[in-house]
Design a protein around this ligand. Structure first.
Ligand SMILES: *Cc1c(COP(=O)(O)O)cnc(C)c1O
Length: 398
């Protein structure tokens, strides 16, 4: 054959790397087109079951590996990967709800899940109600024949109440209602979402892999895990329609985070508890919210559920005499804490919140301005010294 032009040669180059490469890191396989051997191979039906290749959007060796490892982490059988934690929330609600159905959402759910339920789902004829995650009896009274999905989050966002998982899951089981947990906080480390108590667990567990699984604060990704194959297939059907794709470099970043996940979780847990306890002794503080603290809402439920710890989050409610401007000034005075969203990355973060606008039910928490802290991997003593200096600056201004 005559010599081909450079452009053709570079695309149809005959070299193949030798087989037998073996190393701990997984290869990063990238493609939109997956090549078939011939037309007979092309015409063969390939189900989306993670066992064959059809098109880059439907999975690569890299993404199949991550899906298998996340399923193991979550004690699940099946895992779907999506491009963000929010995409995972949306996949679950859109995948499992239909017009005429109702979804029950905890009042302290992740803000974007609340927003989805309030503003998008009603446009598809899906109703919603908020429930108090600490009141299983009140929750059960809200269940109706239209209730087709119950969201759970343990601990809840910002205010970190730990729900009565056993009470709520028992009621759902009795009424035959599907349950989905946002398990970003537990992350597969703090508890097994599919076995909260003997014979009692959720049907779906989703995570923002953006947080702990990655650990680097440099990637967005989400997962949706199930044990039941039929349920997985319902979600997989919606996944296919939504066209969720993943950058394989991002998949690799999450794979790199997984071996250190448990170590990071425990280290951040220890620093977080030390700082939360120290904050409890400060005169500026009305209440510290962290499920492992005895006077934090849902502490008894956390004890029932979580043998293996708590995440890197705590919130502080300042005494009501401190104005919003003073609390903002305290956050601005922090040196080691970044001001920004997300958590479970290397850098500690602090964000002031006005909870009066993001809860539907009356609050049982102390009144006052709240600051949510996400603790990173810095040294605990350095972080405590920074909190102390920022508090003293704010006090002088008070
Ligand atoms: C961050 C977060 C999400 C969303 O994850 P993104 O990847 O940022 O979209 C969902 N649920 C919880 C509890 C979160 O903290």
């Amino acid at each position: 054959m005559s010599k081909r032009a450079i452009s053709t040669e570079q695309i149809h180059h005959p070299y193949r790397a030798p087989e037998g490469w073996n190393a701990h890191p997984v290869g990063v396989f990238k493609a939109s087109t997956v090549l078939f051997k011939n037309t007979a191979d092309l015409h063969q039906y390939r189900p989306r079951d993670g066992k064959s290749y059809r098109y880059g959007l439907h999975g690569t060796p890299t993404s199949y590996t991550l899906a298998a490892r996340i399923a193991t982490l979550e004690c699940a059988a099946h895992c779907l990967l999506v491009p963000s934690g929010l995409a995972a929330v949306t996949l679950v609600s859109l995948g499992l709800l239909r017009p005429g159905d109702e979804v029950l959402v905890p009042d302290n759910v992740y803000g974007q899940n609340r927003y989805l339920s309030e503003s998008l789902l009603p446009q598809f004829g899906i109703a919603y109600k908020f429930y108090d995650p600490l009141d299983a009896k009140g929750f059960e009274a809200l269940l109706s024949p239209q209730t087709k999905l119950v969201w759970l989050e343990a601990a809840g966002s910002i205010t970190l109440e730990f729900p009565d998982l056993i009470g709520i899951l028992s009621a759902c089981k009795q009424h035959g209602v599907l349950t989905a947990m946002d398990n970003t906080w537990g992350s597969g480390i703090a508890f097994n979402p599919f076995e909260i108590a003997s014979g009692l667990g959720v049907d779906v567990s989703m995570q923002a892999l953006t947080k702990y699984a990655s650990g680097g604060a440099d990637v967005l990704m989400g997962s949706v895990c199930t044990r039941d194959l039929a349920l997985h297939e319902r979600l997989n059907h919606m996944h296919e329609h939504l066209g969720y794709g993943l950058g394989q470099n991002d998949v690799e970043l999450v794979l790199r985070g997984l071996p250190t996940l448990a170590l990071r979780y425990r280290a951040q847990d220890a620093t977080t508890r030390a700082l939360a306890e120290w904050m409890q002794g400060r005169p500026e503080v009305a209440q510290v919210l962290h499920p492992a603290l005895a006077d934090s809402p849902g502490h008894a439920y956390w004890l029932q559920t979580s043998s293996a710890g708590a995440a890197c989050l705590f919130s502080v409610i300042f005494k009501p005499e401190y104005s919003a401007a003073q609390v903002d000034a305290f956050v601005d005075a922090l040196d080691l804490f970044g001001i920004g969203y997300s958590w479970a990355g290397p850098m500690s973060l602090a964000v002031p919140y006005d909870m009066s606008r993001s809860r539907a039910l009356p609050s049982k928490l102390a009144p006052g301005r709240i600051v949510r802290f996400a603790i990173g991997l810095e040294d605990a003593a350095d972080l405590q010294a920074d909190l102390a200096q920022a508090l003293s600056q704010r006090s002088t201004r008070a």
